[in-house]
Design a protein around this ligand. Structure first.
Ligand code: CAA
Length: 266
């Protein structure tokens, strides 16, 4: 359900020095199933082999409603704690591939960037967004916690206080709020302006010394606080623990059955 037949869920478009990674699963609001995550990682691997020509990557969601509405809740619904840890690690592998990619990666958000979708955007170097975008970590509404890096990268992006408010409430913030919090680097009126703005930034980057840009990215990624690989292990353990709870089964079942959850606190 929710898959768009006859089309791969992720494709690469090339235009000069710019590569665009399109997540194309609009019927499920581009939710990140294991297949989609694997295809995003493969796309960055493929682009790495031609990294000399690629000076910047745009990541965008198809369909006009969502960047990515999260990890695929259906794929999570039956996992054991060990499988939950594996699911989190797959998301972290995608984020690591983006952070290790030598050229800047711009998440172009037009619509929902929720849960794993916000975490994917946070793994990119910068986030550009249209006015009609929404950002949040709604995992606790499902009995889950962020699993693709949100507990690590969201506090770095917006500060600990707002990060905790967003993660504890599951609340969504709009593009203007996200921009003033420093989560979004730049806001655009519509999708065309968003993509043109991202291309213009990459063209500006491409005019600079390539070696210096690549070095700056490496140092920025490495210097961003606690070593990411160590910090994300705390998250993997907590995400796996969520799969031991009744609340997670109830929260995920309620989403799939389109009803309000009844949490027991266990
Ligand atoms: N996983 C699987 N399917 C999803 C999905 C997700 N994360 N988000 C949306 N979909 C599907 C819906 O099930 C629906 O499919 P059907 O048409 O087959 O029923 C379709 O996409 C359209 O969604 P809605 O009908 O719900 O659209 P809406 O406009 O009423 O609501 C929304 C939009 C508010 C984004 C809502 O879809 C929503 O709340 N989605 C879930 C958001 C979420 O909880 N994300 C976190 C997931 S857990 C996670 O990401 C863990 C982690 O950190 C790794």
């Amino acid at each position: 359900p929710g898959t768009d037949e006859h089309r791969p869920p992720v494709r690469i478009e090339r235009d000069g020095v710019v590569a665009t990674v399109v997540i194309d699963r609009p019927k499920a609001l581009n939710a990140l199933s294991p297949d989609v995550l694997g295809a995003i990682a493969d796309a960055f691997d493929a682009l790495r082999s031609e990294a000399d020509a690629v000076r910047g990557v745009i990541v965008v969601g198809e369909g006009g409603r969502a960047f990515v509405a999260g990890a695929d809740i259906r794929s999570l619904s039956t996992l054991t704690p060990d499988e939950g840890a594996e699911a989190a690690r797959l998301g972290h592998r995608v984020a690591a591939a983006i952070e290790a990619f030598p050229a800047p990666v711009i998440a172009c958000v037009d619509g929902f960037a929720l849960g794993g979708g916000l975490e994917l955007a946070l793994a990119c170097d910068l986030i550009y967004a249209t006015e009609s975008s929404w950002f949040g970590q709604p995992e606790v509404r499902l009995g889950l916690i962020p699993g693709f890096g949100g507990t690590v990268r969201l506090p770095r992006a917006v500060g600990l206080s707002l990060a905790k408010e967003l993660i504890f409430t599951g609340r969504r913030i709009d593009a203007a709020t996200a921009e003033s919090a420093g989560l979004v680097a730049r806001r655009f009126g519509d999708r065309d302006a968003l993509l043109a703005g991202a291309r213009a930034t990459i063209d500006e980057v491409a005019a600079n010394a390539w070696t210096a840009v690549a070095l700056a990215k490496r140092v920025l990624v490495d210097a961003a606080g606690t070593p990411t690989a160590a910090a994300t292990e705390f998250e993997v353990a907590g995400f796996a623990d969520a799969f031991r709870t009744d609340d997670m089964r109830e929260g995920v079942a309620a989403f799939i059955e389109k009803r309000e959850p009844e949490f027991s606190g266990r």
